[in-house]
Design a protein around this ligand. Sequence first.
Ligand SMILES: [Zn+2]
Length: 79
Amino acid sequence: MNLSLSDFVLFIVFGSCALVLLFAVVSRTLHARAESRSLANRVICRLCLHVFEDHGHDKIVQCPHCHAANEKGRSRRLG
Ligand SMILES: [Zn+2]
């Protein structure tokens, strides 16, 4: 197979396009993962609605604003 210059240029163009696409997908995935992780650590105070993040493993965290005890995790409780 004889690789001509135009083939080579085409290869470079498609290659860089694929690289850019790959980078976009990877960065988006990493961003989404980081966001969901920070969302999982996000606690909204039930008293003063102060939003803060807690990276500990305790289920009950104290609001830094009003020091009320808040339950961490999905605050959507049915019933
Ligand atoms: Zn509070």
